[in-house]
Design a protein around this ligand. Structure first.
Ligand code: ADP
Ligand code: MG
Length: 139
């Protein structure tokens, strides 16, 4: 299996509840290594751009507003099969449908405020990492 990198984001509902450490712990225990991390607050323009792929969806406006409602913690995770592995550790998009022990089951408040983001494919992982981290911080 290939060593990959993926982007994770601790979303505002989780930073508000002091869950950054708990979430990082689950990711690390799941076999992923944090290779870059920072805390930031997204502007509306940044959140709109990040979720551009969803702009036709009915929840887009609310999602953008939510992602700007407080600090977020983007991080680059590295490991074997990291993109898929991160999605397994996160659980299903809807916390109500997520498997026991997953981040979203444990810490998601609802389908929107589901505690974490995770890239879904190699191409999106690369563009999402570049969105948050200059090349010099991910060498
Ligand atoms: P995932 O984050 O699991 O990859 P999507 O890419 O489909 O899920 O959606 C991006 C984000 O949009 C979700 O993480 C969630 O915050 C929000 N979202 C998805 N579906 C809904 C929905 N039906 N209602 C409200 N928000 C949603
Ligand atoms: Mg997605």
């Amino acid at each position: 299996m290939a060593i990959e990198r993926t982007l994770s984001i601790v979303k505002p509902n989780a930073t508000a509840r002091n869950l950054v450490g708990a979430i990082v712990k689950l990711l690390e225990e799941g076999g992923l290594r944090v290779v870059a991390m920072r805390m930031t607050r997204l502007s509306l323009a940044q959140a709109r751009a990040f979720y551009e792929v969803h702009k036709a969806r009915p929840f887009y406006g609310d999602l953008v507003e939510f992602m700007c409602s407080g600090p977020v913690v983007p991080m680059v995770l590295e490991g074997e099969n990291a993109i898929q592995r991160n999605r397994e550790i996160m659980g299903a998009t809807d916390p109500g449908k997520a498997a026991p022990g997953t981040i979203r089951k444990l810490y998601g408040d609802d389908v929107q405020a589901n505690a974490v983001h995770g890239s879904d494919a190699p191409e999106t992982a690369a563009s999402e990492i570049a969105f948050f981290f200059p090349r010099s911080e991910t060498l």
